[in-house]
Design a protein around this ligand. Structure first.
Ligand code: GA4
Length: 338
């Protein structure tokens, strides 16, 4: 019998059937919404293909990211320190978390983008256009996915979820992450297993690019180059690698969506490991409500069998709590009433 110890990483190929669902958005709408709901209940993660975001918009965004990260360190620091917006390297948040990553964190509102773009690119007008185009397309895709979720959940107001991120005051973010390649050193062992444990994967002594956490917002849409590293935690302690696919977006449920669905959707923990030989770059959209928006479980998802799990809170309150804690802390538990 194969026994996987907690905290081990498995290759998708090693256990048949594992790996997050890939959902083709060009299929019949009712079927797509069913598949999305199932994926959010079982994994909190899925990939979408035939998503309609133009290749050109994606390529332009990726190029801006690559050009920025290729700059000398002094230049990049002109867009920092991250407060939390701006350029950051290794430090994540304000409470001592670190990873083998450099990043640019931007607010999606066009005024905020135009303010910071001058310190990011010599051609700030072009940078503005590219990011704004990307934001517009990715927001539309996120809204489409949220509408499909609402349909699959049989929620009465089908655009309730998407309105939260379409709002002009939405607190959504764009994050560009660059994980330079780094050969593992024999001292690095991310698992706390003793060394006699069988090495189930080739990841066991990789470096952590971005440590284990859940995303606080509503919905995350990630696109990366063809270098892997993203892993999702399933069944508490088993890490499943997400295979890179440049034609897909990887979608995951955030804490706020877990609360809105009264715990029916899972805001899964995930992490990124650094590749030994190739650099990974990802562009991540975090769809968030306005700071003043109230979040409480949707009435349709509260029943005598499933009583209300979370107290109402504003996104502003939740965000403040998020930044007062460490990356890996389970912040949504603090808002549970049952
Ligand atoms: C995780 C998801 C997003 O990347 C992010 C991160 C934020 C940051 O890097 O500034 C946080 C992290 C994230 C959760 C806990 C806090 C806040 C770092 C950190 C230690 C931008 C977000 O919204 O939350």
């Amino acid at each position: 019998m194969v026994v996987l110890s907690p905290n081990t990483t498995i290759g998708i190929e090693s256990i048949k059937g594992l790996g997050v669902p890939v959902i083709d958005l060009s299929r019949k709408r009712s079927r797509v919404s069913e598949l999305i709901v199932k994926a959010c209940e079982e994994y909190g993660f899925f990939k979408v293909i035939n998503h309609g975001v133009s290749k050109e918009i994606i390529a332009n965004m990726e190029k801006e990211g690559l050009d920025f990260f290729a700059k000398p360190s002094l230049e990049k620091h002109k867009a920092g320190p991250p407060t939390p917006l701006g350029y950051g390297i290794k430090n994540i948040g304000f409470n001592g978390d670190m990873g083998e990553v450099e990043y640019l964190l931007l607010h999606t509102n066009s005024h905020s983008i135009s303010q910071i773009s001058k310190s990011i690119s010599k051609d700030s007008t072009k940078f503005n256009c590219v990011v704004n185009d990307y934001v517009q397309s990715i927001r539309n895709l996120a809204c489409e996915i949220l509408d499909l979720m609402a349909e699959g959940l049989w929620v009465q107001d089908k655009s309730f979820l998407s309105r939260l991120i379409r709002d002009v005051d939405s607190d959504s973010l764009i994050r560009l992450n660059h994980y330079p390649s780094s050969p593992p050193s024999s001292k690095d062992n991310i698992n706390n297993n003793n060394n006699t444990t069988m090495d189930w994967s080739h990841h066991n002594n990789s470096r952590i690019g971005f440590g284990e956490h859940s995303d606080p917002q509503i919905l995350t849409l990630l696109r990366s180059n063809d270098v892997g590293g993203l892993q999702v935690s399933i069944d508490d302690g088993m890490w499943v690698p997400i295979q890179p696919d440049t034609t897909a977006f990887c979608v995951n449920v955030g804490d706020v969506l877990q609360a809105l669905t009264n715990g029916r959707f899972i805001s899964a923990r995930h992490r990124v490991l650094v590749n030994s030989f190739k650099s990974r770059m990802s562009v991540v959209y975090f769809g968030a409500p306005p700071l003043h928006a109230w979040i409480s479980p949707l009435p349709e998802l509260i029943t005598p069998q499933n009583p209300c799990l979370y107290r109402p809170f504003t996104w502003g309150e939740y965000k403040k709590t998020t930044y007062s804690l460490r990356l890996g802390d389970s912040r949504l538990d603090l808002f549970r009433i049952h």
